[in-house]
Design a binder for this molecule. Structure first.
Ligand code: FAD
Length: 280
């Protein structure tokens, strides 16, 4: 029997865009908090587009009694704006931050700020706030799409960890071997922090293929073929998705992962069905 437990889960949400989505998110959150996740995290749009939305959504989760961690991205941001946000989060008692580089929205040109990489942000957080925050960073078992090689990407990951990250969450993947290989290589480089797999439930083929194209996650051919076969049959896609993602999570748990981070996409059903299927 593994030592995995409900507290090893974390859940990711994005800030709702309007009042209707906000009300819907409260309902979704209440359903998902039945999982007793260790914490939830709330994404942040690069370029500051959802800066207030992130903070408001974090407050909403705190009011529901759950630890909530804002994502913070540094690309295109000034030191002043980053420090201001860190101070606000500290004043509100937030103890965990997901520190990212972020991606500039297309058309925003090159980034010439001092904060070009997530490691720069991790350094700033440590300089400014000491050990107040538990810092999560991103990791890419299938390589970040802009990296020159897996080896260089790993070098950059190690730099980010050395700058003061406490744990990492991976980009999603469907091939457990890619994750275990990445962790093995990181451990060989002296990394000791937990590397938690990020898991994307499958509910919508078009959306999944579009996201995966953008973030460099490989959707295996057999999964693409099966999804294509289902066409618009949403119920079959959801049932197949739950089966595939449950098997992936079970394999990861059996292999000793330190946790599982679900990209919920603000949807309760898909994550809950995987969680209910799991045996640990
Ligand atoms: P970095 O670690 O800075 O790496 C980015 C690229 O730069 C990599 O190719 C790396 O190899 C390279 N690199 C790093 N350091 C150096 C260096 N010194 N010299 C040369 N190259 C270097 N995006 C958002 O906008 N908002 C979010 O809320 C958000 N949440 C996310 C949550 C998770 C768990 C993950 C995994 C990603 C998330 N993203 C989010 C996406 C993320 O911002 C993008 O993947 C982005 O392109 C990289 O961010 P990073 O923090 O991993 O960057």
């Amino acid at each position: 029997m593994s030592s995995f437990s409900d507290e090893a889960f974390s859940l990711e949400f994005f800030p709702p865009r309007d009042q209707v989505s906000r009300e819907r998110l409260v309902g979704t959150a209440k359903q998902l908090l039945a999982m007793h996740p260790r914490y939830v995290s709330v994404t942040f749009g690069a370029g500051g587009s959802t800066r207030d939305g992130t903070a408001e959504t974090v407050s909403m989760f705190s009011q529901l009694g759950c630890e909530a961690a804002p994502h913070l991205s540094c690309i295109g941001a000034s030191r002043e704006s980053l420090v201001q946000l860190l101070d606000q989060y500290k004043a509100r008692g937030i103890r965990r931050i997901v520190a990212l580089r972020g991606d500039l929205p297309s058309g925003m040109g090159n980034n010439d700020s001092d904060y070009r990489y997530a490691s720069d942000l991790v350094r700033l957080i440590r300089e400014h706030a000491g050990d107040w925050f538990h810092i999560e960073v991103g990791a890419y078992p299938e390589m970040h799409p802009q990296a020159d090689s897996p080896e260089q990407d790993l070098d950059h990951f190690v730099t980010k960890v050395s700058a003061g990250a406490n744990s990492a969450i991976t980009q999603y993947f469907f091939n457990a071997d890619a994750y275990f290989d990445f962790v093995d290589r990181a451990v060989q480089r002296g990394v000791t922090i937990p590397i938690v797999p990020g898991i994307m439930p499958i509910t919508n083929s078009t959306q999944l293929l579009r996201f995966s194209q953008m973030c460099g996650a490989e959707v295996p051919r057999w999964i693409r073929l099966r999804l294509a076969q289902f066409g618009d049959d949403k119920a079959s896609i959801r049932a197949f998705g739950a089966e595939v993602v449950t098997q992936l999570c079970q394999k990861l748990i059996d292999g000793g992962v330190p946790g599982i981070h679900f990209y919920t996409l603000n949807n309760a059903e898909a994550t809950l069905s995987v969680w209910k299927n799991l045996r640990y």
